[in-house]
Design a protein around this ligand. Structure first.
Ligand code: FMN
Length: 504
């Protein structure tokens, strides 16, 4: 995606004249070349209007009408031909900069922005990739809200920031900087990216009067410290605009894959479940492709699950791996998969313990890939949930789709495969490769490596890739694609929005 489009400041409306401008610009390929090509005909047309209207009579009314028409004409010409602004984000003395992979940091940044804006001071909210030296220069106070992904990596919307801004020294002297890092202590590089930004800010002479606020797995106590710092900065709490969730019920549950075991033979999962859930209060839930269902556990933890069906249905479809750690079922997955399905709304409300709290959460970095090219979908296990709506939409758009999907063993997973096979047999999927890893079988990344030539032909320049599943599978698959398609292809696809991934 071009910089200009991505860095349109969140919440800011496009100017009213954009439709006109783009109609003119759309006639040409590159906008600037198009504008230049238009220049001569536009000017000639304006001149001939004066010539025709005023020249046919010496009547002052005709002159006045012609001048008004020419004025309008000149305005349109100016809007079409002027150089696009280099910077579409206003400089502000206070910036709220976020980096977020699955949307939590973005939600907190929006709330922080709303809280500061409530005080009446100008404040700008922006993704880290949109932060330029000019914006930094103009700012007096900067609030960074940064999550860490991968293996201590920056989220996708902060990769350019890391390359462009963090690699160089800036003069941050006299600027007050506060930093909130979202992470999870189960990862070895806890809040790694936020720490790198912290070190950079310190090196550049920023005023860092409070230490980095690290948040472990969205722990309420950690978030409360951020709230407290905002209060001390003179921004009192404002009523939360956001709905923290509603009551939901499970209406269908089916096990679709067997238990899984780790390399040491320890059980890591009790199986994969296909669940249909709906709001207890009724009404049709609203979501977009890529969005997540966020479960709030009774002890205040949050767990995300990809929504596996296309928007427009009355219920959400989830594929939940029932995680087992040290013989104990996972907080979120254990809860969701143990709920008995309700036969009806009435039955559900009578069924003690059958309801749970959750909400739909936007996941902007996992929206359908841009463009109209062929779609290569790669995933394993519960990653099917993330891939499924992307594939369904691409099929509906008449795009060619190739699914490369892995599970541990056939067994109950045949039920999961049945749908994929059906889509393949009736021609919706051009190509389907199912791999089973148990007993030394190939992994999805091995298959991608073996079929490197065919993958390159299938994607043919403008193709798109969607990946979803465990981090190890995802990173290994990306590494294979980087080797076979070239780092440049992958970076371009990422920049164009033709590469989307959701790893966990
Ligand atoms: C694939 C993946 C990789 C992660 N890697 C790390 C990591 O290396 N270090 C860390 O502290 N947290 C890591 N996390 C935890 C996230 O930072 C944490 O869940 C955070 O709340 C996500 O915020 P976001 O939704 O704004 O991206 C990872 C999470 C995921 C899903």
């Amino acid at each position: 995606m071009p910089w200009r489009q991505r860095c349109w400041s969140p919440g800011r409306k496009a100017p009213w004249h954009w439709p006109i401008v783009w109609q003119f610009r759309a006639c040409s390929f590159p906008a600037r070349v198009g504008s230049d090509l238009f220049a001569a005909p536009l000017c000639r047309t304006g001149w001939s209007m004066i010539d025709t209207l005023a020249g046919v009579s010496g009547d002052p009314v005709h002159w006045a009408i012609s001048l008004v028409l020419v004025g309008i004409w000149l305005l349109i010409c100016w809007l079409c031909l002027r150089k696009p602004a280099e910077q579409s984000i206003d400089k502000a003395e206070c910036l709220v900069v976020f980096a977020s992979q699955t949307g939590h940091a973005e939600d907190i940044a929006r709330a922080t922005h709303a809280r500061i804006a409530a005080g009446g001071r100008p404040v700008q909210l922006l993704e880290a990739d949109c932060l330029t030296p000019e914006l930094l220069d103009a700012a007096r106070k900067i609030f960074f809200i940064l999550s860490t992904t991968g293996d201590g990596d920056a989220p996708d919307n902060a990769r350019a920031f890391e390359q462009r801004v963090l690699s160089a020294d800036a003069d941050l002297s006299g600027k007050r900087v506060l930093l909130l890092g979202l992470g999870d202590r189960r990862y070895s590089d806890f809040c790694g990216f936020a720490l790198r930004v912290w070190n950079w800010a310190e090196r550049c002479g920023a005023q860092l009067r409070v230490p980095l606020v690290p948040v472990d797995d969205l722990a309420p106590a950690d978030l409360a410290r951020w709230d407290q710092h905002l209060g001390e900065e003179g921004y009192p709490p404002v009523p939360a605009a956001e709905d923290r969730g509603q009551s939901w019920q499970v209406i269908e549950r089916k096990q679709v894959a067997d238990a899984a075991f780790g390399p040491e033979g320890e059980q890591t999962s009790d199986g994969l479940y296909r669940l249909a859930i709906k709001p207890e209060a009724g009404g049709r839930p609203e979501w977009d492709i890529g969005d997540l269902f966020e479960l709030e556990t009774p002890d205040g933890h949050f767990r995300d699950y990809s929504i596996a069906n296309l928007p427009g249905a009355d219920e959400l479809l989830l594929f939940v791996r029932r995680v087992v750690e040290g013989g104990v079922a996972g907080r979120g997955s254990g809860l969701l998969t143990s709920i008995e399905p309700a036969a009806s709304n009435q039955a559900a409300s009578n069924h003690a313990g059958s309801n749970f709290t959750g909400r739909i959460r936007q996941h902007r970095s996992f929206r359908p890939p841009a463009g109209q090219g062929s779609l290569l979908a790669v995933g394993a296990g519960s990653g099917w949930a993330g891939l499924r709506p992307h594939i369904a939409q691409a099929i509906a758009q008449g795009r060619r789709c190739w699914l490369v999907f892995g599970e541990r063993e056939a067994g109950q997973a045949e039920q999961l495969f049945a749908e994929m096979r059906e889509w393949h047999e009736d021609g919706r999927l051009q190509r389907l490769d199912l791999v089973l890893s148990r007993g030394g079988g190939p992994y999805v990344q091995t298959l991608l490596e073996d079929k490197a030539r065919e993958v390159a032909d299938f994607l043919d320049g403008e193709g798109c890739v969607v990946l979803c599943g465990r981090l190890a599978m995802g990173e290994a698959s990306l590494a294979v694609l980087r080797a076979s398609l070239g780092a440049e292809w992958l970076e371009q696809a990422q920049a164009d929005g033709r590469l989307r991934h959701d790893f966990y």
